[in-house]
Design a protein around this ligand. Sequence first.
Ligand code: ATP
Ligand code: MG
Length: 567
Amino acid sequence: MRQDKLLIPTLREAPGDAEANSHKLLVRGGYIRQLAAGVYTYLPLGWRVLKKASDIVREEMNRAGAQELLMPAMQPAELWQESGRYHVYGPELIRLKDRHDREFALGPTHEEVITTLVRNDVTSYRKLPMNLYQIQTKYRDERRPRFGLLRGREFLMKDAYSFDTDWESLDKVYREMYAAYERIFTRCGLDFRAVEADSGSIGGEGETHEFMALAEIGEDTIVSCTACDYAANLEKAEAGFAEAPPRNVDQLAGIEKIYTPGTSSISQLVESLGIPADQFVKTMIYIADGKPVAVLIRGDHEVNELKLMALLEAEEVRLAENEEAVAAGVVVGFAGPVGLDLPVVADRDAANLAAWIVGANERDYHLKQVVPGRDFKLEKIGDLRNAAEGDVCPHCGQPLQFHRGIEVGHVFKLGTKYSEALGATYLDQAGKTQTMIMGCYGIGISRILSAVTEQRSDGSSMVWPVGIAPFHVHLIQISAKDEAQRKLAEELYAQLQAAGIEVLLDDRDERAGVKFKDADLMGIPLRITVGKQAAEGLVEFKNRAEDVSEVYSAEKVLAEAVSFVKG
Ligand code: ATP
Ligand code: MG
């Protein structure tokens, strides 16, 4: 294509609200434009990348035996009431009414629609297993839409749903999807990890993995082993643990009260007492299903709310507001378990300490030598904390490492959550009615654009991986008026295209500096520059990822480009 006529509105400056490099680049490079918060237009370049990523997803899904269909974005509210999610989903669900005052939602995901479809149209075991997918625009009224396409309110997702007769056959589909995802993200040029994830939030019963693109801007923390292949989302990661040797409580000294004026945080205590944070035990007040509970955790650790929910068998937990803590008899800033009339639970590592330093539950005082069991009742002990630097792998004992990640895909064994709620059953070989076993598999296709850009851009320069680059070759004719340059550029343009290579010809009447700056922003992986040596049939060839350029003849450049693109 010819750049002169294309809509590629590159910008010198990024919009003021763009914090992420990927957001800056995609706007500056003329890929996307914002219409409203979290709602974007894909300009011709952005649309080309989005289509390529979609094509890769489609190819790999088809190869894995999934069938493509397309479901409506507009979904009747009754479906969501039937599954029980109409209220649970909360304000993220965009709701609307039609002219007859009937309620609808714009689909944030399609479990309800697909399960209803399959319930009505698949009745026999003979059709199972079945894996159905679509590539479709999703709507979520995210609390904080941000980072461009990374967290949109309208975004492109691939969502697949599998239906099986038993868990074993679900496991097979799950493995196939997992393998397909590895191929997809590799072909999209992403540096990624598959990690064990938590199944609580979607409310399924089974295994689930997230595919994480490694990037500092990512909202998730990934914990992985430096030696074995253990990797998990921090939400889910087990904290390494070694139990302390048993001790004789009778030999421990009694409680000692210490005056600690104005020191209501662990860092203040560490500073004023000169004792390291791992010797303190914090008392945090949580509200679990409406009731206050005291959670004890070592000073250097953080509570993991999902683990807390599991230990307490609660549906919902959150930190108590100050007033709630006060109402429960807590002196905020100096909370402690001794004499507190609340259920008390502790993390294993806190429980492992011989004697604790805790808040005295009295303003400006702490207690030393506190012994659980002797000085207060401890109801439960469990893994309640996030894994932390210095922890070892729960599988092999080697050190764990931490990275930030962007969730680009998710595979999930749902089990019968939706098939039961919506009555998706089939007749088995014996003619008996059985409930289908489901899995769901999502990929944020528009998010892939941001994730790839995040890994390959500094905000003003970019290099796309060949698999999803908007064009393979950026053919730059330095001077629009030079006849030798024009002739050679046109020849190469025609030959490259005839060889099946996608070329963008910069035939604009612009200064060379402008052309190169734009080309850096646009990020097309190969650059062929037709300049001063055009009269001798020579051009400059640059593999942008390697940042090396060579001067080649026109024939040689053609061969090099073909071998680069076709592998
Ligand atoms: P997140 O934790 O990032 O909100 P999610 O767990 O809500 O993601 P899923 O419901 O599993 O996401 O959706 C499937 C995929 O869709 C995700 O893996 C992600 O790649 C993508 N996705 C989810 N929300 C958004 C969004 N607001 N903008 C762009 N992509 C999204
Ligand atoms: Mg979400």
